[in-house]
Design a protein around this ligand. Sequence first.
Ligand code: BG6
Length: 484
Amino acid sequence: MSFDLVLFGGTGDLAWRKLMPALFQAFRHGTLPEGGRIIGVGRDQLSHEQYRTLMHERFNNVDLAKRPSEEEFARFAQLIQFVRMDLSKPDDYVALAATLRERNANTVVMYVATAPSLFTIVCEQLGAAGLNTANTRIVLEKPLGHDLASNRAINKTVCKVFGEKQVFRIDHYLGKPAVQNLFALRFGNALFEPLWRREHIANIQITIAEELGVETRGAFYETTGALRDMVQNHALQLLCAIAMEPPINAHADAIRDEKLKVLRSLKPWTAESLGQDVIRGQYAAGSIMGSAVPGYREELGVNPESHTETFVALRTEISNWRWAGVPFYIRTGKRLAGRDARIVVNFRPTPHAIFNSQIGASNSLVINLQPKDGLELHLLAQGTSHRRQQQALSPVQLDLDFDKRFGSGRVGAYERLLLDVIDGRLNLFVRSDEQEEAWRWVEPILQHWKNDAQGPRPYAAGTWGPSASSAMIARDGYCWSEES
Ligand code: BG6
């Protein structure tokens, strides 16, 4: 099957850091269909050869194990071309159409990895140039819009030009192996399903913590912030995966229907809950792995008086029979104490304790997304042989490390998702109604912050965020998993 993959934003950060390395991995693994061509699109005046040279240099920043050898690069580079375009100029799309006609590939993928403000114009122009034929798929990076209205406007334009089945709204967290395994755990095994409900689960915590700051993306981040960058998409998709009902089959719409129901069941915000259940923070100078790092306001491209949040912690509930009353806590931030993405399912304690050390202790299931990818089941066991302590229980854990079990060469998120686009599999992509619902739910938070002159609470880089985040969860009598 031949394909052309056109990468708008072909000289951008995402292309170099994630997309090209992922395409190379697929090429190396032999899973990239043969007869492919990858066309980087950018504003610079570059020849194919100059673009390949740039890419070669950028591969030096990729993990050593994922870097191509000279010989591999030379073969991969044969697939790569460059087209210069001004995305606002109709003639440039006509020229692109002519380039694509040269091959008449079976499948054409338009990957729009540009600033979100360009999505509408790119879609309109693709339509005007007749580049929306039935064999074309369009991939849109998140965030799609900056609020509900802009998301709707983009989706309206996209859906005028492309059918919903041609649109691949990417959320790379859905491509992570640990998320695939979460679906496998829940819907491939009968063990947890009877326990997966309010009668047995006390609370669920979703943490996506990063050590990195905003790096070179200060200007982008200023207009985005953690709520739009991480909560509206990645964190809510994880929440859907953990809370959804079993779909009737593994087809895209069956899965997306169930995720949509979760989003629709999220408890609506009230003035009270907005005040006490949503904490925003911003990193101040601090230290990461022993090295001093500047605060957010000192970063390149950032307003020295910025109110943009780099941390969000919130508490919500899902109003349905399975989950009513179970708190779901979401927390994400930059420059935190570690790179650590995990979901912790805390079960209720036993109804009656016969061992002294058991009082208040409970089991938990930890789904680790990164840096380690695996599952931990935290149990209590009797480990000591001293007679006087015979009845003392100690915490132990069953540990399933997916890298050890299946090898570390498993398919990464972007690699998996890019192959899915080329193959036309929509399961791991977000439908417009899901996305709209997620925006609808975060919108009151955005409004609340707009009217709140106080701004985000500062936290020192290298910590777990403002102390108000721990206070929020402590109100329910719980603590974040690393505090227990
Ligand atoms: C992106 C965000 O979607 O996800 C970034 O825009 C963030 O700000 C990144 O750093 C995190 O992805 P991962 O896969 O490294 O956890």
